[in-house]
Design a protein. Structure first.
Length: 385
C-alpha cells in the first residue's frame, strides 16, 4: 500500500466503503492533460459509467473533459457535475424516448446511434422539438481485443454497433432524414486493453472505412475511438498511472485523418481505476483442514468484478505486518461466487483487521447492489477524512 494511505483516519468509518485518493486522481488527470496537449485535434470525454460518484465527477469536470454517457441518468449526472452539454456524447443500444428527449432538451453534442430503428426515432423526436440532432454512427469493427470475453464489445457477435456492411445503406437513409445531421463515426472495441496492437488494429479498420466513405464523397468531422485503456491490477503502486503517452501516440501514428478531423476518446477505467480502494474489515478467520478463509464484511454486492469476470484485485491486510499466510478472501453474501480471491498470500489476519481491495475506482461503487438487503457502500475522497 502506498505511503499516502490515511490508515489512521479510517478506523472509525463504518465498513465497507470506498476510499478515493483525490491526489492520485488529480495527478492522473494532469498527466492526461499534458499528454493530450501534444495533439491539437484530440477531444477527451470521461466515461461516466466507470464511476459516477458526484465527488469524482466534480473533480474530473474541472479538467475540461466532456462526458460519455449511456443513459439519461448519466446525462443528468454529467450536467449536475458541471460537464458542458456541448461536450456530452450519448451511446447505448437501447435509448428510451425520455432519454433521447433529455438529450435533445439539453442540446447534447452527439447521439452515437447503433441502429436504423433508433435513428428513425431520434429523427422523429428531434422534429417534434424543432431541432436537428447531431449523430455519429457506432460501427461494429469486428475486432477482438485481448481482454475478458464479457468486456469485449467490437466483435460481430456482440450486440453493439452497426455492421460495417450495412453502413453505406444506413448513411444513404440518414441523409434523407430532415432532423439529423451526421457528424461522425464511433467505435469502441472493449475494456481493460493493455496491448497497443489492439488499438492499432482499430486504427487500420477506421482507415479502411474512411477510404470507402471518401469514395462515396463522405467525410465526417469526428472520429470517436471509444475508450478501453487498461490499468495494472497486479502492481497498482508500481504503475498508478497508465501509459497515456503510448496510448495517445498509437492513435497519432496509425490513424489517417482527413483535414480538420478531430479524434474523440472516451476514457473510463484508466482515469479512475487506480485511485479507488474498497476498504473492508475482517470478520472471521475460518480455519478448516482443507482451507483457510478470511471472511470480510464487503461482498460481491460492493465489488462484483471478481465474481462476474474472475477479475483480479490486489488484496492487502493493512493492519498486520505479521508473516503472510494463504487465504481465500470471501464476503458474507449467500452465493458461492462471493469470493474476492482464492489462495492469496496476505499478512496474517485477525478479527478487526482492515483489508484493502485495490484498483477498485472503476466499475466498483457504480456496480454495487443491495442484494441480501445490504446497504450500498459509501465513497469518501481524501479531503473528507
Ligand atoms: N465507451 C464505450 C462506448 C463503452 O462501452 C465503454 C465501456 C467506455 C467507453 C469506457 O471504457 P473504459 O475506458 O472504461 O475501458 N464493467 C466492466 C467494464 C465494462 C465496460 C463497458 N464499456 C468491468 O468491470 O471490467
Amino acid at each position: 500500500m502506498n505511503t499516502n494511505f490515511p490508515i489512521n483516519k479510517i478506523h472509525n468509518i463504518k465498513t465497507p466503503f470506498y476510499y478515493y485518493d483525490s491526489g492520485l486522481l488529480r495527478n492522473t488527470l494532469n498527466i492526461i492533460d499534458k499528454e493530450r496537449n501534444k495533439y491539437n485535434n484530440y477531444c477527451l470525454h470521461y466515461a461516466i459509467k466507470a464511476n459516477s460518484n458526484p465527488k469524482i465527477l466534480k473533480i474530473i469536470s474541472q479538467y475540461g473533459f466532456g462526458a460519455d454517457c449511456v443513459s439519461g441518468g448519466e446525462i443528468q449526472a454529467a450536467i449536475d457535475a458541471g460537464f458542458p452539454v456541448s461536450k456530452i456524447v450519448y451511446a447505448g443500444v437501447g435509448k428510451s424516448d425520455w432519454e433521447i428527449n433529455l438529450g435533445l432538451d439539453n442540446d447534447i453534442s452527439c447521439f452515437n446511434v447503433e441502429s436504423l430503428a433508433e435513428l428513425e426515432v431520434i429523427n422523429n423526436l428531434a422534429s417534434k422539438h424543432n431541432k436537428i440532432a447531431n449523430i455519429a454512427f457506432r460501427i461494429n469493427p469486428n475486432i477482438g481485443a485481448h481482454t475478458h470475453a464479457n468486456i469485449t464489445t467490437g466483435l460481430a457477435e456482440n450486440k453493439f454497433g452497426i455492421a460495417m456492411d450495412d453502413l453505406e445503406a444506413i448513411i444513404e437513409k440518414a441523409k434523407r432524414l430532415k432532423n439529423i445531421s451526421i457528424i461522425g463515426l464511433h467505435f469502441h472495441i472493449g475494456s481493460q486493453i493493455l496491448d497497443m496492437s489492439d488499438f492499432k488494429a482499430l486504427c487500420n479498420r477506421v482507415n479502411d472505412i474512411q477510404d470507402k466513405l471518401e469514395q462515396l464523397g463522405i467525410i465526417l468531422k469526428n472520429i470517436n475511438v471509444g475508450g478501453g485503456l487498461g490499468i495494472n491490477y497486479e502492481h497498482p503502486d508500481e504503475e498508478p498511472i497508465p501509459n497515456f503517452a503510448e496510448y495517445f501516440s498509437t492513435y497519432a501514428k496509425h490513424l489517417r485523418l482527413r483535414t480538420g478531423q478531430k479524434v474523440h476518446f472516451e476514457l473510463g477505467r484508466s482515469v479512475v481505476g487506480q485511485c479507488g480502494t474498497l476498504i473492508t474489515r475482517l470478520l472471521y478467520v475460518k480455519e478448516g483442514s482443507f482451507k483457510k478463509f478470511a471472511i470480510v464484511d464487503a461482498g460481491m454486492t460492493d465489488l462484483i468484478r471478481p465474481a462476474l469476470y474472475h477479475a483480479y484485485h490486489k488484496i492487502e491486510n493493512i493492519s498486520s505486518s505479521q508473516e503472510t499466510e494463504v487465504y481465500d478472501v470471501v464476503g458474507p453474501i449467500c452465493e458461492s461466487s462471493d469470493v474476492f480471491a482464492k489462495s492469496v498470500e496476505i499478512n496474517k489476519c485477525h478479527r478487526g483487521d482492515i483489508i484493502a481491495i485495490r484498483s477498485a475506482g472503476a466499475y466498483g461503487e457504480v456496480m454495487a447492489s443491495q442484494y441480501n438487503c445490504r446497504e450500498l457502500p459509501k465513497g469518501y475522497i481524501t479531503e473528507e477524512l
